[in-house]
Ligand binder design. Structure first.
Ligand code: GTP
Ligand code: MG
Length: 149
């Protein structure tokens, strides 16, 4: 099954939205396979967002991601990369539909509370950047037989 990297950014942590965000992925039927709370360095944040290094907001983005604790996670499930991005909503909360995480829970693009990998290759790279292989836990979850035929 597919895996994706999801992070609750410092604003989501500070605003007390950890359980709300994790709950949405959990209730959907995805499986949590790794989780940790870390304060990334600015250099690490820059590595994570290196595809955006030419953008005017890059410096502020890296300062922000490294400004406090981040909940780093790996979620597993059929189609989780693409559908996880649907649960998250559009990059700008102003464009996110109600019912999505960003649509329901935040206002500004630079404070959009959550990150999700944008494709299969990015997912592999980001999981490898944030986690050691032994931090990923493979296990059987009881609801799998009810989620998948
Ligand atoms: P992530 O899941 O965080 O990667 O967001 P995304 O994939 O929806 O958007 P993208 O990768 O293009 O941008 C990464 C992050 O940069 C966004 O989540 C925003 O926090 C920030 N960002 C993107 N566009 C803008 C912008 O125009 N202005 C500002 N200030 N921040 C932006
Ligand atoms: Mg992105």
């Amino acid at each position: 099954l597919e895996r994706t990297f999801i992070a609750i950014k410092p604003d989501g942590v500070q605003r007390g939205l950890i359980s709300e965000i994790i709950g949405r992925f959990e209730r959907k039927g995805y499986k949590l396979v790794a989780i940790k709370l870390i304060v990334p360095t600015k250099e690490f944040a820059a590595q994570h967002y290196d595809d955006l290094s030419s953008r005017p907001f890059f410096n502020g983005l890296c300062d922000f991601l490294s400004s406090g604790p981040v909940v780093a996670m790996v979620w597993e499930g059929q189609g989780v990369i693409k559908y996880g991005r649907k649960l998250i909503g559009a990059t700008s909360p102003q464009a996110s539909e109600p019912g999505t995480i960003r649509g329901d829970l935040c206002v500004q693009v630079s404070r959009n509370i959550i990150h999700g990998s944008d494709g299969p290759e990015t997912a592999v790279n980001e999981i490898g950047l944030w986690f050691k292989p032994e931090e990923l836990v493979s296990y059987t979850k009881n609801d799998e037989k009810w989620l998948y035929e």
